[in-house]
Design a protein around this ligand. Sequence first.
Ligand code: GDP
Ligand code: MG
Length: 370
Amino acid sequence: EGAVTVGELAKLIKREPSEIIKKLLFLGIMATINQEIDTDAIELVASDFGVEVVVKEPVDEEALDMLIEEADPAKLQERPPIVTIMGHVDHGKTTLLDAIRETNVTAQEAGGITQHIGAYQVEVSGKKITFLDTPGHEAFTTMRARGAQVTDITVLVVAADDGVMPQTVEAINHAKAANVPIIVAVNKMDKPDANPDRVRQELSEYGLISEEWGGDTIFVPLSAKQRTGLDQLLEMILLVAEMAELKADPTARPRGTVIEAELDKGRGPVATVLVQNGTMRVGDIVVAGTTFGRVRAMVNDKGRRVKEAGPSYPVEILGLNDVPSAGDLFVVYDDERKARSLAEKRIAKHRQEQLGVQSRVTLEDLYKQI
Ligand code: GDP
Ligand code: MG
């Protein structure tokens, strides 16, 4: 991060490499033209030449303005929780996600093709829950590395016959770092050697003390395979969501995060996005990362075409000029020309970043604070 060679820096600040090397020597750093120098040294050298290298981020100003738009508390409405499932390999994440999806399709939907779009919604007692279908670890590591926060609640799956394993601990750390509440799903309760108390004991060492033991972590024993305990899990998710008072303004400027994206032979770039604020509509002009375009069509997780998608709704969008990356933010624009110009500026910035000069404040950093 922030690594730039002497030669690159020279080019960037329009000086001779020899001048840079001299300055570095002055700072006690022996360097050759192809040597990488760290951010601090870059800043010192640049400021010696009267150049501000720490970019104050002129690039995304317009987008920032929009993201910082004051939320109007009067317009905030409850939104569905966005849930990520994490846990050690083979503890039953995929089985659980499939079981929840399949046992919660309404009769009307059952005829339709449930297509995989990286996220899906279920309805429980009249309330919706959005599950991210992407591997939880990926959702956390890739997307959070990009500054996107797309999880409200983590379901930590721990196999009752296996207990806490390395990826269990990793998942706990991710969730804690992101300040996301954890619900423990003690899976594989159908197995003869299931030992839920051992799971409780082991997890207590990581600060997850079950309610039965006087703590405040919810543990739900279940069997994803036999599909028992799923209703309790869903109810607990709704309970935790209620306590978190998750809200969004459906009338705000639509924005959210790209969950996954690919180039489809017939349909062109297809991106699954999670709307996090506002309501996205067909015809909207969006910028997603370094891509942009007018939304030509939207498809929901049931494979149905939809005209709009509100907060916490996952949809596939068609119409982008290129394939964005998972974790990219998207924002809806009023003006196609501005959208194009922002996307182009971002491409330029991206190139610059690849050169190694990283600006201190990125759009993502600011987004995190909202
Ligand atoms: P993942 O790696 O966490 O996604 O785990 P999978 O969902 O692929 O499950 C790993 C294995 O555990 C598979 O063979 C599943 O059939 C099995 N499995 C998952 N849930 C249960 C359960 O509740 N009971 C039993 N007995 N096996 C399960
Ligand atoms: Mg799996």
